[in-house]
Design a protein around this ligand. Structure first.
Ligand code: NAG
Ligand code: NAG
Ligand code: NAG
Ligand code: NAG
Ligand code: NAG
Ligand code: NAG
Length: 494
């Protein structure tokens, strides 16, 4: 395997964490601070310490070289409350938040601030808008990530499939766009989809296209040259679309096909999220060739009140193992995770339950913690997650899309929007039996360079406590904060 590492976009340093100039309205005036109590104090101290550490890192960092500075040099004109994009198409609006803006007018961003806002370790394109992760897979030594991508702008629009590969899930090589809207059945967007790797190694990619009439249909694509480990060229099946919305389903409520799994009868199944009224549902199709499909009468699952299900993810987890399972695995000792991204709330929810391959129905272990009314996948800003099985390291890995709190006009100024999470391995939690455990992929450890322990650091309100740490350091702080609580905080400085 010839790994073109010299092309990789490895971040050998941190961007500076503080701007060259401070905007005049940054931060809250000290007089507005209120006394903290209880856990608020822990949280506040953690945030405070984190910013301290950030301050210190800043003092030790070199600025980014200019070729990495993707910020437009000309100052864009001001944007007055632009219409949010993509909402009708199932993509959330970036807010024009009153909390962030319009208090004293627009925030005065500097180029330096835009530069340090780019991440060093989370995946993001070189520029422009990104949303859902698509079709992640492992092929001939490479991890592939596709993603919803606007090649033209930092706001949602002209959605294509961006493409990148990595040998370690940490350092990424940007590749040419894999698919663009160029057919009547996807001219309004090459939307989210998933990869299925057949037993003979063939890759089947299914994705949602938004047609010339903005109807959501499912399309088939495959690599033009399966011997190419980078899978640079993709062919859209001439018979597309392979699936159109069934009669009882709204033409705009039919998107994001999952990875397929094989049943005991040898047929493939896949599921697609939708809704009937306010009930979130998951349609099941069976196929043998991925070109013709049979829709089952019954849903994989349905939960009243949860609204449109997007980006459904469905896969097995071993109840007594430490490895991930291929999507088609069934049998004793296996439970199934059903995840849906709730369009109404923009939250990823999941539940653990039992899949019956005989009738292709899934039943939650605990109906009171059903999909959409129980566990969230992540309690932060996180959406449209998608998993894949990594046969190389025998693990299931989940990607998720994180969007920033800033506004569309800020995104246009900074030239990009959104990052992906650090990929996480997912396992059934055999201690509780009621949830999964997620952990950043082990490769993340390769980024650590140093570890330093600080004992009993006292942080007074308003005080500055310099900590001597290196680059990419794991810091362990034993703190007495605000003289209220003693806490132990692990800060993973990434
Ligand atoms: C931003 O900069 C402009 C021009 O220098 C200035 O008029 C404005 O008051 C600044 N806004 C804030 C919020 O600092
Ligand atoms: C994206 O950001 C906006 C603005 O902060 C927020 O309202 C929206 O829910 C976010 N969408 C997702 C999918 O996280
Ligand atoms: C969308 O992006 C592709 C790839 O850059 C480009 O070829 C196409 O012209 C764009 N479509 C529109 C409508 O701008
Ligand atoms: C429980 O899960 C862990 C991994 O999360 C695994 O190492 C361990 O073997 C499992 N225990 C049993 C009894 O299966
Ligand atoms: C669970 O453990 C049993 C006994 O060790 C083993 O036979 C079985 O294959 C395991 N199941 C899975 C799904 O790992
Ligand atoms: C780790 O950090 C400490 C404190 O900054 C420093 O003295 C030491 O040289 C660093 N070690 C390495 C290997 O960078």
């Amino acid at each position: 395997m010839d790994t073109p590492y010299h092309h990789l976009h490895a971040p050998p340093y941190y961007p500076p964490l503080l701007p060259e100039e401070q905007p005049s309205d940054a931060g809250t005036p000290a007089s507005h601070r209120k006394p903290f109590k209880g856990f608020a104090a822990i949280l506040a101290s953690a945030i405070f310490l984190l910013s301290l550490v950030a301050l210190i890192i800043n003092q030790t960092q070199k600025p980014l070289p200019s070729q990495n500075n993707i910020v437009p040099t000309s100052k864009p004109t001001s944007f007055s409350n632009p219409e949010p994009r993509g909402v009708a198409e199932g993509v959330s609006a970036k807010s024009n938040s009153h909390l962030l803006r319009n208090i004293k007018g627009s925030y005065n961003w500097t180029n330096a601030m835009f530069t340090w806002q780019r991440t060093s370790f989370h995946f993001q394109p070189e520029k422009n808008w990104m949303n859902d992760p698509n079709g992640p897979l492992f092929y001939k030594g490479w991890y592939h990530l596709f993603y919803q991508y606007n090649p033209d702008s930092a706001v949602w629009g002209n959605i294509t499939w961006g493409h990148a590969v990595s040998a370690d899930l940490i350092h990424w090589l940007y590749l040419p766009i894999a698919m663009v809207p160029d057919q009547w059945y996807d001219i309004n967007g090459v939307w989210t989809g998933s990869a299925t790797i057949l037993p003979d190694g063939q890759i089947v990619m299914l994705y949602t296209g938004s047609t010339d009439k903005s109807v959501q249909v499912q399309n088939l694509a495959y690599p033009a040259d399966p011997s190419d480990p980078l899978l640079l060229d993709w062919v859209k099946y001439p018979g597309n679309p392979v699936l159109v919305p069934p009669r009882h389903i709204g033409p705009k409520d039919f998107r994001d096909p999952t990875t397929a799994w094989a049943g005991p009868d040898g047929k493939w199944r896949l599921t697609i999220g939708s809704k009937i009224g306010k009930t979130g549902i998951s349609l099941v199709y069976q196929t043998t060739d991925f070109k013709t499909y049979e829709l089952l009468d019954e849903y994989l699952h349905a939960v009243p009140g949860t609204g449109m299900w997007e980006c459904v993810d469905f896969y097995p987890v071993a109840i007594n193992g430490s490895v991930g399972l291929d999507t088609s695995a069934t049998g004793p000792g296996i439970k199934h995770v059903l995840k849906a991204s709730l369009d109404d709330t923009k939250v990823d929810h999941y539940a653990i339950g039992t899949y019956n391959p005989a009738n292709d129905k899934w039943t939650p272990d605990n109906p009171e913690e059903d999909v959409g009314i129980g566990l969230k996948w992540d309690y932060g800003r996180y959406y449209a997650s998608k998993s894949f099985y990594d046969p190389y390291k025998k693990r299931r890995i989940v990607w998720g899309w994180i969007n920033e709190t800033d506004t569309e006009s800020d995104d246009l100024e900074k030239g990009w929007a959104s990052v992906q999470t650090i990929p996480r391995t997912v396992l059934y939690d055999n201690k509780t039996g009621s949830n999964v455990v997620q952990w950043p992929v082990e490769e993340i450890e390769s980024l650590r360079q140093n570890s330093t322990v600080f004992e009993e650091v006292v942080v007074e309100p308003g005080s500055v406590v310099p900590l001597d740490i290196g680059v990419a350091t794991q810091v362990i702080l034993h703190t007495i904060s605000l003289k209220l609580l003693v806490t132990l905080i692990w800060l993973l400085i990434f």
